[in-house]
Design a protein around this ligand. Structure first.
Ligand code: ZN
Length: 472
């Protein structure tokens, strides 16, 4: 990413912080803001690009909140939900307007009480992708997190009559690439989008070196939903720890970059058959002896879902590796101990779920060592890079700190599609001895993953697979 973009974002963040400090001065903080919605970096009267939806969702018998976009004020599209009350304005979800048609829509927040009654709060939003353009301070889209942020005080809207239940569909919003083996070739799939999109370009960086870039392909149309962008034959390239680089070019030829590790073996094979530890300690696969499959769970620990996952694992005598986020682990020492005592391994997934690919040493140290301290003797020197973001800085910093970077072989995208059958079949069709499987126990509703896990373990156990922990 060009330096001036980073600088611009820093300035923007600083401005936001100053603005939030002003707005959240003691006078306004003393008032308890009511439930409701507001937009942070977008205009509800003409929204385009990536906008942040902020809200307050609280109740004496709070059970959960759910946010939907009602298309034309009728057809609900699920955006996010959470099980923790949000008593002061916090980020509920990001909204990529380019995924929805232009027109008059409504954002709907439901605050569900313990008796399953709920209140609803609406924010009319006019999506105007066609007339949108120009400067947009949004950051690249990422899977929605529910971390609270400073924000303006929302305007409460009175509740109205209950509407039919929302459809639980979800759409991919993040730029990036994924690689799927197809016989002897690899299918490179991806999303490449921006409010002022111009083109995407994919290069293969030999040994991760930007000076050894091999051009693979280019396209001039927005890719708003994941699809195949190109195929490549690994036999055409030298063995080594390569990287695929996606550039999303926008505006006046600025661009964002997304790197995806691609290990090419001496046999010219692709990701899923490939070698373990490399010079850069990037592990994409474990030892396959004894038909071992390595289950990994990211973004926890979660007080509700992680114990449920532990129960399913115990049923099949399966061990797993949990890559925990420090800020979630800090108050759940008993759960961490329970995970460890059950024979599972615990790895590091940074403190704030931050991108570390190009982070400097100070940031790396704060993010990784903070979590290490919380985990104490239960932790390990295994790091799963948040968002799969790997770059030369992370490779060097992990090496200095003695951390192995644990990537994965099979990604069923359980954060994107929470249908248990889809998750299970994506794992079962791709898994091989030695595969590292990426699943999630935190960050969102994980009931789909938990149900899929039962199917995955039942099927693979019957086929003679075993489930050891990595990093222990
Ligand atoms: Zn994660």
């Amino acid at each position: 990413m060009p330096r001036r973009i980073i600088a611009a974002r820093r300035v923007f963040s600083l401005l936001l912080f100053c603005l939030a400090s002003l707005i959240l001065s003691p006078t306004t903080q003393a008032q308890s803001p009511g439930n409701g919605l507001t937009l942070e970096n977008g205009d509800a009267a003409a929204a385009y690009g990536i906008v942040s939806v902020l809200g307050v969702a609280d109740h004496p018998t709070f059970r959960k909140w759910q946010l939907d976009l009602l298309l034309n004020s009728t057809e609900p599209a699920f955006l996010a939900f959470g099980e923790d009350p949000i008593p002061s304005p916090g980020l509920l979800s990001t909204l990529d307007t380019s995924l929805y048609p232009d027109g008059e829509h409504q954002l709907r927040l439901r605050v569900v009480h313990s008796n399953l009654n709920y209140d609803e709060y609406f924010l009319p939003i006019h999506i105007a992708n066609q007339s949108g353009g120009g400067e947009n301070p949004a950051t690249p889209p990422q899977p929605a997190q529910t971390a609270p942020q400073p924000a303006t005080v929302p305007t409460p809207v009175p509740a109205s009559a209950p509407a039919p239940a929302a459809a639980m569909a979800r759409t991919l919003t993040g730029n990036g690439l994924s690689v799927v083996a197809q016989g002897d070739s690899l299918s490179v799939r991806g999303v490449a989008n921006h409010p002022t999109f111009r083109k995407w370009q994919i290069d293969l960086l030999l040994n991760g070196d930007p000076n050894q870039a091999v051009f693979l392909g280019v396209g001039e149309e927005r890719v708003t939903a994941e699809r195949e962008l190109l195929t490549l034959s690994p036999a055409d390239y030298p063995p080594g720890s390569q990287q695929l680089r996606l550039r999303v070019v926008y505006g006046r030829l600025d661009y964002d970059e997304y790197l995806t590790p691609l290990a090419i073996g001496s046999g010219g094979m692709g990701v899923s058959t490939l070698s373990a530890t490399t010079r850069s300690r990037l592990v994409t696969r474990g030892p396959g002896a004894g038909k071992a499959v390595y289950l990994t769970f990211d973004d926890g620990p979660h007080f509700r879902y992680t114990p449920q996952i532990l129960e399913v694992l115990a049923e099949y005598d399966a061990k797993a590796t949990f890559f925990v986020v420090g800020r979630s682990a800090q108050n759940q020492g008993e759960l961490i101990k329970k995970m460890y005592d059950a024979g599972h391994a615990i790895g590091n997934h940074s403190w704030n779920h931050s991108k570390l690919g190009s982070a400097d040493w100070d940031t790396f140290e704060k993010e990784v060592e903070g979590t290490e301290q919380v985990l104490g003797g239960y932790g390990s020197h295994c790091l799963r890079p948040p968002y799969g973001d790997v770059g030369p800085n992370l490779l060097a910093n992990a090496d200095t700190a003695g951390y192995s970077l644990i990537y994965w072989t099979v990604d069923p995208l359980d954060w994107l599609n929470q249908n248990p059958e889809t998750i299970a079949s994506r794992v079962l069709t791709k898994v091989q001895p030695g595969s590292i499987v990426l699943l999630h126990d935190g960050g969102d509703n994980r009931t789909g993953t938990i149900e899929a896990l039962g199917t995955i373990l039942a099927t693979l156990s019957a086929e003679g697979y075993t489930f050891p922990a990595l990093c222990r």
